[in-house]
Design a protein around this ligand. Structure first.
Ligand SMILES: *[C@@H]1O[C@H](CO)[C@@H](O)[C@H](O)[C@H]1NC(C)=O
Ligand SMILES: *[C@@H]1O[C@H](CO)[C@@H](O)[C@H](O)[C@H]1NC(C)=O
Ligand SMILES: *[C@@H]1O[C@H](CO)[C@@H](O)[C@H](O)[C@H]1NC(C)=O
Ligand SMILES: *[C@@H]1O[C@H](CO)[C@@H](O)[C@H](O)[C@H]1NC(C)=O
Ligand SMILES: *[C@@H]1O[C@H](CO)[C@@H](O)[C@H](O)[C@H]1NC(C)=O
Length: 280
């Protein structure tokens, strides 16, 4: 009899225990806390995140989100399906007035960030160089200063969008290490210095946007190593007069803009043979 009762008790205890387990926050508390610190640093006054379902319930500076704003947090679960980690944060178009949060490093599994279309100011935190990011979009904010050379450590970056900010200085030499880049946009900034030769290292690039970046010419004489480019925009470059750069191997080019680059001479014939080209 006693054994039977014990057995029933044991069953009930097991059921309760597993229920408790499943109602537990799936995202570890440290990551939930880090997210709150991060969004606070970014200037968000409303914030509610549901760790169980990995969902943002509230974010921003107004209760009603601005038109065209977007938010998303993605998590990936470990094999046990119980513990899940934040791998992607997108908070776009919320007019957030804060800074770029150094606290991102508290999310060890984070790979992608997208904070485009806010009013974030300050500089790009050096701390980010220790992360394992594959995608970083900071387009259309207000940050300034130079790009930390340490970011060259982010060797798995495929997407880097820094367009429409007030960045100064040159692209650090360490960026020559970012060989996995497929999409790089640095247009509309206040960079100074010349277009570095190491852009030719980025052989995986399919999109390069450098118009009105502030960098000066010349453009490398031959851009042949960038044979995967589909979109190339370079414009408003002061610098010495130069010939049309060699683009012969970019067979897939769809968009080509080389405006106000002090290029003189003839457009080479092979350009007209590019089958996919829609804009010149
Ligand atoms: C960032 O914005 C805040 C508030 O708008 C301001 O106090 C601060 O000086 C700005 N920082 C920089 C580096 O522009
Ligand atoms: C790059 O990716 C590889 C393979 O996924 C990983 O082992 C490595 O730690 C990553 N390094 C960085 C700096 O992201
Ligand atoms: C980066 O490139 C290296 C070498 O080309 C490759 O082994 C690695 O898988 C790439 N990483 C990513 C995230 O694509
Ligand atoms: C280049 O930018 C730096 C700030 O990073 C500034 O101090 C310097 O005066 C600029 N040089 C030119 C030629 O504009
Ligand atoms: C174009 O090149 C010429 C000759 O090198 C130079 O005198 C002129 O200042 C350049 N123009 C611009 C806008 O950089």
């Amino acid at each position: 009899m006693v054994t039977k009762k014990l057995f029933v008790f044991w069953i009930i205890a097991m059921v309760c225990f597993s229920l408790l387990r499943y109602s537990e926050s799936k995202v570890p508390e440290e990551e939930v806390d880090a997210l709150e610190e991060i969004t606070t640093a970014m200037g968000s006054t409303y914030w509610k995140f549901i760790g169980d379902s990995c969902e943002i319930e509230m974010v921003g500076v107004t209760l009603v989100p601005p038109k065209n704003s977007e938010h998303e947090i993605s998590c990936e679960c470990e094999a046990d399906g119980i513990v899940c980690h934040v791998v992607r944060i997108a908070i776009k178009g919320y007019n957030l007035p804060g800074i770029l949060p150094p606290q991102l490093v508290k999310l060890p599994y984070l790979r992608e960030i997208d904070f485009a279309y806010n009013y974030l100011n300050g500089t790009i935190p050096i701390e980010w160089a220790s992360m394992k990011l594959t995608s970083m979009s900071l387009e259309a904010n207000q940050f300034s200063g130079s790009v930390p050379p340490e970011l060259g450590n982010l060797v798995n970056l495929t997407t880097l969008m820094l367009s429409s900010n007030q960045l100064t200085g040159n692209l650090p030499v360490t960026f020559s290490l970012l060989k996995n880049l497929t999409d790089l946009r640095i247009n509309d900034n206040n960079f100074n210095g010349t277009i570095p030769g190491f852009i030719l290292n980025w052989e995986q690039l399919s999109r390069l946007e450098m118009h009105a970046s502030g960098l000066t010419g010349p453009i490398p004489v031959s851009l042949s190593p960038l044979r995967n480019l589909l979109v190339l925009r370079i414009s408003d470059i002061n610098g010495p007069s130069q010939d049309f750069p060699v683009l012969r191997d970019m067979k897939g080019l769809v968009t080509l803009v080389l405006r106000s680059c002090n290029i003189s001479g003839e457009i080479p014939d092979y350009i007209w043979a590019m089958k996919n080209l829609e804009m010149l």
